[in-house]
Design a protein around this ligand. Structure first.
Ligand SMILES: [Zn+2]
Length: 293
């Protein structure tokens, strides 16, 4: 009981912080001042948050945390199953964000529709159910490698390429990226809790990145300039034919938790991809529509 209460309390605090950050524009796209957005879940495009913004955020976080006097550690005591070490790490380090108002997926309707975001860390057994195969510079889910390959071949005349693409990422790599980003903030004087929250806006917490699933791909350049490429335009017109969606569209951060990423594509299957791209919605909204809670 005590653990449950603490976890619940902690979730509210983190949600409050997230709400402030979203309201404050830290999670939005490129700022009017030209400050690069801090949207990526990848750790590949690290934002330069202005000093003013960082100070404001720090103050806000400190105020929020202090006013609620909640424990700042995330409960990991509930993880007691004999899951693989990697999976346990996933759950143990996943953010206990408040899920109020957000779609929570208990059991994916199919493997291609698994939902992974800050409110939906990987299922504990997820890593036991995927097989990775080499593709281009990395690895991808064996069930979707052919679809990815077909898409890239078809779009190659428009500049789509596997060269430099970011594919599967291990939990260990994600943890390293997250810890590195957290350390950047603790070095500036933030507490561990504050630093982790700030880091999570830039690098997905381990277990909450789609790159840990083997179903997501980033095309280069992995920054906002990708939307000016012919490859981007080709993907917008054709990615759904291969079962892929642009996972983080513009103006959907409240739904996805991630702001605009024109370079990040996720396999969901042809049927879902067709509906999602045609209607300009997100995977979360698709699941809410067809698999309501
Ligand atoms: Zn990505």
């Amino acid at each position: 009981m005590e653990i449950t209460v603490k976890k619940s309390h902690c979730r509210r605090v983190i949600a409050a912080i997230a709400a402030v950050l979203i309201t404050g524009g830290l999670l939005s796209g490129c700022s009017p001042q030209g400050t690069e957005s801090s949207e990526t879940d990848d750790g590949t495009t690290i934002a330069a948050v202005t000093t003013t913004t960082a100070t404001t955020v720090a103050t806000t976080i400190a105020t929020t945390v202090a006013s609620t006097a909640a424990p700042t550690t995330t409960s990991t005591a509930a993880v007691t199953t004999a899951a693989p070490t990697e999976a346990r790490t996933t759950v143990a380090t996943a953010v206990a964000a408040d899920t109020a108002g957000h779609y929570v997926q208990n059991i994916p309707p199919s493997w291609g529709l698994v939902l992974v975001n800050r409110w939906n860390p990987h299922p504990e057994d997820f890593f036991g159910s995927i097989t990775l195969v080499s593709y281009g510079p990395g690895r991808f889910d064996s069930r979707t490698k052919d679809a990815l390959d077909s898409m890239i071949r078809a779009g190659s005349a428009d500049g789509l390429s596997s060269s430099g693409a970011s594919l599967y990422r291990t939990i260990e790599t994600q943890t390293k990226l997250f810890n590195n980003e957290t350390a950047r903030h603790t070095a500036k004087g933030y507490s561990r809790a504050e630093a982790e929250e700030l880091a999570s806006q830039v690098v997905a917490r381990p277990g909450t990145s789609e790159h840990n699933t083997g179903l997501a791909v980033d095309f280069t350049p992995i920054d906002s300039s990708f939307e000016n490429t012919s490859a981007f335009r080709w993907l917008q017109a054709h990615c759904a034919e291969y079962g892929f969606i642009m996972r983080f569209p513009q103006n959907k951060i409240a739904v996805t938790g991630v702001s605009y990423e024109p370079w990040h594509y996720r396999y969901v299957g042809v049927e879902a991809a067709g509906y999602i791209m045609a209607n300009g919605i997100t995977l979360e909204e698709y699941l809410e529509t067809f698999y309501p809670q």
